[in-house]
Every structure is written in structure tokens, then in C-alpha cells.
Ligand binder design. Sequence first.
Ligand code: AMP
Ligand code: ZN
Length: 113
Amino acid sequence: MADCLFCKIAAGEIPSSKIYEDESVYAFSDINPQAPFHAIVIPKEHIASADDINAQNSHLIAKVFEAIAKIAVQENLEDGYRVVTNCGKDAGQTVGHIHFHVLARRYLQWPPG
Ligand code: AMP
Ligand code: ZN
């Protein structure tokens, strides 16, 4: 999608620090990490937010979670991790391409603030 930051990152048009890639999914380091390990995991195909998941594209979300399981092994996240997607204004979504934060290597408070 034109003018989408994460579409451009997935396409390699904007540089990023790659953590994982397959035909459907791209993962990279968050530029403003909130934990010692903070990855952003995205479907390469543009989906705006969790509101836009449907029967036609939900297989791409499954691919994202398959990738996260592989990333956890690759990055030795054996002590655990948190997966978060922010949807909309009140959740603080700032990029309009669905993305999953994977946070690890520190104790993560629950419930979040
Ligand atoms: P959210 O606030 O849930 O929409 O998350 C967007 C995330 O993208 C934030 O954690 C940002 O730090 C991160 N981010 C924004 N631009 C970039 C970039 N160019 N490279 C890596 N991460 C980015
Ligand atoms: Zn996009």
C-alpha cells in the first residue's frame, strides 16, 4: 500500500534491523524498544489493524503467530515473552499496518498500564 511505513519496511524500501523473514511475514527490531528484546512482527500484505482481520486474510495472522514461535526459538526467549497488538486510538496504535509487538528479557507487569 502506498505511503505505508511498514509496507515499505517489508519491501526493503526503508531500512530496518531484520530479525526474521519468510514469504508472508517480516520481523524487525523496534526503533524505540520498550524491553531488552522488542520485535515488530508484520504480515507483508497490508492489513490496517485488528479491526480488519476477516475470513479472507486471517491465514496471514496465523502465519504471524507461526513466525513468532520460530522467533522465540531463534532468539532463545525461553523465559517468556508478551505479544501485543494495539488497535485504534485508545490503545495507542500509531502505524496503520497491523503489527505485533514481541517483548521479552524483562519482567512484564500485568495488567499493563
Ligand atoms: P504502535 O504504537 O503499536 O502503533 O507501534 C508502532 C511501533 O513502531 C512503535 O513501537 C515504534 O517505535 C515502531 N516504529 C516506528 N517506526 C519504526 C521504524 N522505522 N523502525 C522500527 N520501528 C518503528
Ligand atoms: Zn502497510
